[in-house]
Design a protein around this ligand. Structure first.
Ligand SMILES: C[S@@+](CC[C@H](N)C(=O)[O-])C[C@H]1O[C@@H](n2cnc3c(N)ncnc32)[C@H](O)[C@@H]1O
Length: 269
């Protein structure tokens, strides 16, 4: 089943110019984007023939300042702003780091990671990092990133390929924006996402460099404590983060764990 582990290459594609040089820059942009919402009109024609739920989704989508901003900045989707904000606040990415981006399609987080770790070598005076994105879905090529797709992160064959592809077999940062297809049954979706994060966490001793960072998306719920407990045990710091670009009505929260303690008896940072 070698085709499952197809590497999608490092070919050129549109990489947005680094826009947010500082936290202030990002905040100003978010304020402007929110103000822009009031001036953002939609035509009635795109609502024709749609159900009530579709109408509601479309209205929210068209009014969403982050959707508009993602278009302006050439990000592949609005989720780029979640990572940009968390990175500005917590300094997760810097030039030279090796990043594993799990659940990377369509590639917006990888775009941010490529810029921030200088994976395309855009800044000749800074160390060059590495970005490896993995997803069940195909991802269009992005300059500076290597994509492993379609591939299931929980599959042992994917795990071996990840180790082969990462320089030195390890990442300094593991990002996960993975989400299983939602069934709409809140408790079930929550359980499935926690299981997915726990499976990823099982890979950490063999893939994450000591003192490394782990950031994952979860949907808050009854099993969150299991993930939080593991992170607190295995990392020196663990916290919950809710970026502004994450919709308020959503139970989505991110868990950020830093300073990985390392595999017992393994590498020291
Ligand atoms: C919210 S999207 C990620 C968006 C991405 N961060 C971006 O900025 O473009 C969630 C992704 O997780 C992927 N996913 C879910 N389960 C996965 C698994 N077991 N292995 C790999 N990818 C998975 C889905 O295919 C989906 O593309």
């Amino acid at each position: 089943m070698e085709h499952l582990l197809h590497v999608c290459g490092r070919r050129s594609s549109q990489t947005p110019a680094p826009f947010f040089g500082s936290e202030k820059g990002l905040r100003t942009y978010l304020v402007l984007a929110r103000k822009g919402r009031q001036r953002f009109h939609t035509t009635g024609s795109c609502y024709k023939g749609r159900t009530g739920a579709e109408h509601l989704w479309l209205t929210r989508h068209l009014r969403d300042p982050f959707v508009k901003a993602a278009k302006v900045e050439s990000y592949r989707c609005r989720s780029a702003f979640k990572l940009l904000e968390m990175n500005e606040r917590h300094q997760i990415l810097r030039p030279g780091l090796r990043v594993l981006d799990c659940g990377a399609a369509p590639g917006a987080w990888s775009q941010v990671a490529v810029q921030r770790v200088n994976a395309a070598g855009t800044d000749p005076s800074a160390p060059v990092g590495f970005v490896l994105g993995v997803d069940l879905l195909h991802i269009f090529p992005l300059e500076g990133a290597t994509f492993l797709c379609p591939a299931d992160v929980t599959d042992p064959r994917t795990f071996r390929k990840i180790q082969e592809l990462l320089p030195g077999g390890r990442a300094d940062v593991i990002l996960s924006d993975m989400a299983p297809n939602a069934t709409g049954i809140r408790g079930l979706d929550h359980d499935r996402l926690i299981s997915l994060c726990l499976s990823l966490l099982d890979m950490v001793p063999d893939v994450l460099h000591p003192r490394g960072t782990f950031l994952c998306k979860t949907w808050a719920g009854s099993q969150s404590h299991r993930l939080q407990k593991r992170l607190t045990e295995e990392f020196q710091n663990a916290r919950t983060v809710k970026p502004e670009a994450s919709r308020k009505e959503s139970s989505e929260v991110y868990l950020l764990a830093t300073q990985y303690r390392g595999k017992p008896g393994g590498l020291k940072g």
